[in-house]
Design a protein around this ligand. Structure first.
Ligand SMILES: [Zn+2]
Ligand SMILES: [Zn+2]
Length: 220
């Protein structure tokens, strides 16, 4: 919890940096929708999420390098069973590097404040759902041809169990492309074994997961 509070302070500091740069006219933030048109709001929002996911994936992999893990990323993996607090429990340097994405992107990509603020809200909600044991969408969504490209609680839980798999934030593209997705993940999509985590229900798909689920419950 202390890490989450520290993290909130670092994010607030970065927000102050962005606001100051905006006031000085250095950023590419804009306030009139007409400047790039309505369609650009949607395009810039999706672009922002894809770019952030890409940045997150590669930074996350870097943080798992043995030389960096203990110093920069162990804070996020301290609790074996993720909780909502885990969502924003990052070591200070990692928190700053993650926030740096938004500090930098406002100088590069023209952004209206609506997609920017929406992306920050989506990031917060998504991160919480990735750690809460509840899926944001119904389980059937994650097995359809579009849904399998979205990361949910189950997908990220595997990262907290296995460390060297599932590094993404929103999308599974990079994990699929670079071979860091659990080979059994797709086959696990339909199973019906349920277990309780933090009092919530999460669908688990095969025996191996069921065993690790029992382990989680035993550890609690
Ligand atoms: Zn996590
Ligand atoms: Zn990690």
């Amino acid at each position: 919890m202390e890490l989450s509070l520290l993290c909130a302070m670092i994010f607030a500091f970065c927000a102050a940096l962005v606001i100051t740069a905006y006031d000085l006219g250095f950023t590419r933030l804009y306030t009139s929708i007409n400047q790039y048109g309505l369609w650009y709001l949607g395009v810039s929002f999706i672009t922002l999420l894809i770019l952030q996911d890409t940045y997150f994936y590669f930074m996350h992999r870097l943080f798992h390098h043995p030389l960096l893990f203990k110093k920069l990323h162990y804070g996020h993996h301290r609790s074996k069973v993720p909780t909502p607090w885990t969502s924003f429990a990052f070591d200070p340097v990692e928190a700053f590097i993650q926030a740096l994405f938004f500090v930098c992107i406002v100088f590069i990509l023209p952004l209206h404040y609506i997609p920017l603020i929406t992306a920050l809200i989506v990031m917060t909600v998504w991160a919480v759902f990735n750690h809460i044991g509840f899926e944001l969408f119904p389980p059937s969504f994650y097995s359809n041809s579009l849904g399998k490209f979205f990361i949910g609680s189950k997908h990220h839980l595997i990262h907290h169990r296995k460390y060297n798999l599932h590094y993404g934030l929103y999308f599974t593209f990079w994990d699929k492309l670079l071979g860091t997705e659990d080979g059994d993940y797709d086959n696990q999509m339909y199973s019906t074994v349920k277990y309780s985590i933090l009092g919530e229900k999460l669908l688990i798909k095969n025996r191996r997961d069921a065993e690790s689920a029992e382990e989680i419950v035993r550890e609690r």
